[in-house]
Write a protein that binds this ligand. Structure first.
Ligand code: XMP
Length: 510
């Protein structure tokens, strides 16, 4: 495995994903992790990520200097490249030309990380500083027009630095550079394949849980479904999945997930029909944060009641949940709302119930969760659903949530998603959904004037939900979807397509 020290880069997760895609487990640690902590992982290599700081600033982040005496190969990227040079006796200065964006790189020593790669290649820069003097034992391995040491190496100690970002797709040979580092320099062996990862998790859960029983919350989404499947393979019917139907899921979703689980032997599935209760508590509430709070608290109450009631007779010792890697790893780029909601549940429920926590997919990225699901035999149709917020349709009915509005939104959203699926557009999109605006506008149908709701369609391309671009949808498809929504969903007479990026907008409307 490989350790990535995170210096606050928005790309640390991207580096980890690239490394994992090459078949090597990557673990992100804070930049200050000590050499002793790192040694415990027995890593084949260490990668120092980029970051927004300047090594020339007082108090800018530094790794433990002892990582350079462990005898483990190190690859510094951008800030990581600069901090390594600085700490080992080189010099970093403000670049004469600030290099941002694409640059032409000239490789001067085509071995090690540049082995087998073209002498000229396009790379992506994003930092104002550069290394101007190398530490003793180092030599330059690549340059650009305005950056003399765009890459350097100390072959003896196996230290490498690159000023550019190999993890982004704009860097032409980025994947090959990482591959060279992992396999030629670090001599890492591939050990990160999803079927063996699944087997490992199942074995770990078995040995941790022993003969105890486990309760797991099913949200209807992909993560909790995969987590529950892994748990079921480990402990069979000592698993108690609790599916709280908040009445805020997409059309047909509760039935789809519940019948899949029942058909696949989850004998102790409890589906709690709490739709009316959620709606009652949401009555008259228009403020988004208040809605979220009400839903979060109510969810915990219903869950707790179920565990203390129906499940009381079982020796339940663990509460399992589908926390995934980005939810857990603290970094500037992972404070998603989803993470906050999950951690919120995390903090209160187990304490209240006196249960230990079990997080079987806590080391996996979303795409890995999906691939583990595939390895377990879960259907693609369930696994490749778009992300869905915890508070569900309540934050997509803008303003007050009513039964009527929920019903209209559910239908409009189903038409949208079905059309995306049949046209093959669905899997090209990070997230697509309909939202209902609580305003009525004038239209004309037949000879009569109508006065009905506005539906906005949102479809975005994104890597992790932190930033997003609106999806460039074929016009004919959009027109067809709008026509079908107006034609088949009562209560809507206008359909909008949202062409705002995030930032400045968010993906959701509330
Ligand atoms: P925004 O709207 O902040 O959304 O651009 C980014 C991603 O987070 C999801 N999201 C949520 N997930 N609870 C969740 O579990 C929430 O309250 C919540 N709000 C937004 C959103 O769907 C998108 O994928």
């Amino acid at each position: 495995m490989v350790i990535i020290l995170n210096f606050g880069s928005q790309f640390a997760h991207l580096i980890a994903r690239r490394v994992r895609d090459l078949g090597i487990k990557a673990e992100i640690l804070r930049f200050g992790a000590t050499a002793d902590e790192i040694k415990k992982f027995n890593p084949a290599g260490i990668i120092l990520s980029g970051g927004p700081a300047s090594v020339r600033e007082k108090g800018s982040p530094r790794p433990d200097k002892n990582i350079f005496t462990l005898g483990i190969p190190v690859l510094g990227i951008c800030y990581g490249h600069q901090v390594m040079a600085h700490m080992l006796g080189g010099q970093v200065a403000k670049g004469r030309h600030r290099e941002f964006g694409k640059e032409a790189l000239a490789v001067t020593a085509g071995k090690n990380i540049f082995k087998g790669l073209p002498r000229r290649q396009t790379v992506w820069f994003s930092h104002g500083d550069q290394v101007v003097k190398l530490p003793v034992g180092f030599f330059g391995t690549a340059k650009t027009g305005s950056c003399r040491y765009a890459a350097f190496a100390d072959e003896k100690r196996k230290f490498f630095g690159i000023q550019f970002h190999p993890e982004v797709t704009h860097t032409e040979c980025g994947k090959k550079i990482l591959k060279n580092f992992l396999f030629s320099v670090c001599r890492a062996r591939k050990d990160w394949a999803m079927d063996s990862v699944a087997e490992g998790i199942i074995a770990d859960v078995k040995s941790e849980v022993g003969n105890a029983h486990v309760v797991v919350g099913i949200s209807g989404g992909v993560d909790s479904l995969v987590a529950a499947t892994l748990l079921h393979r480990s402990i069979g019917n000592r698993l108690h999945p609790v599916f709280v139907d908040t009445g805020l899921l997409r059309k047909g979703e509760v039935l789809q997930v519940a019948s899949y689980l029942k058909k696949h032997g989850f004998a102790r599935l409890h589906v709690i029909d709490a739709g009316a209760l959620f709606l009652k508590k949401l009555k008259g509430i228009a403020d988004p944060e208040q809605k979220r709070k009400i839903i979060g608290h109510l969810f915990i109450r219903v869950f707790e009641r179920t565990v203390r009631g129906e499940l009381k007779k079982y020796p339940i010792a663990y509460l399992a949940q589908g926390t995934i890697y980005p939810d857990r790893i603290e970094s500037a780029s992972t404070s998603t709302a989803a993470a906050k909601i999950k951690s919120h549940h995390n903090l209160t429920l187990p304490e209240k119930l006196g249960l230990k926590i079990l997080e079987p997919i806590k080391d996996l990225y979303k795409d890995e969760v999906r691939r583990v699901g595939l390895a377990l035999g879960l259907p693609r149709e369930l696994l490749w659903r778009h992300p869905f917020p915890g508070p569900g349709l309540a934050v997509r009915v803008i303003g007050e949530v009513t039964n009527e509005r929920l019903a209209i939104l559910r239908e409009a959203d189903a038409v949208f998603i079905n059309e995306l699926r049949t046209s093959g557009e669905y899997e090209k999109i990070w997230q697509a959904f309909a939202a209902l605006f609580p305003v009525k506008v004038v239209g004309v149908m037949g000879d009569a004037r109508t006065y009905e709701y506005v539906v906005s369609l949102r479809a975005v391309d994104s890597i992790d939900g932190m930033s997003a671009d609106w999806h460039k949808m074929p016009n004919e498809l959009l027109e067809k979807i709008a026509g079908r929504i107006i034609g088949s969903v009562r209560g809507v007479n206008r359909v909008l397509y949202d062409v705002t990026q995030k930032p400045p907008a968010t993906i959701e409307y509330e």
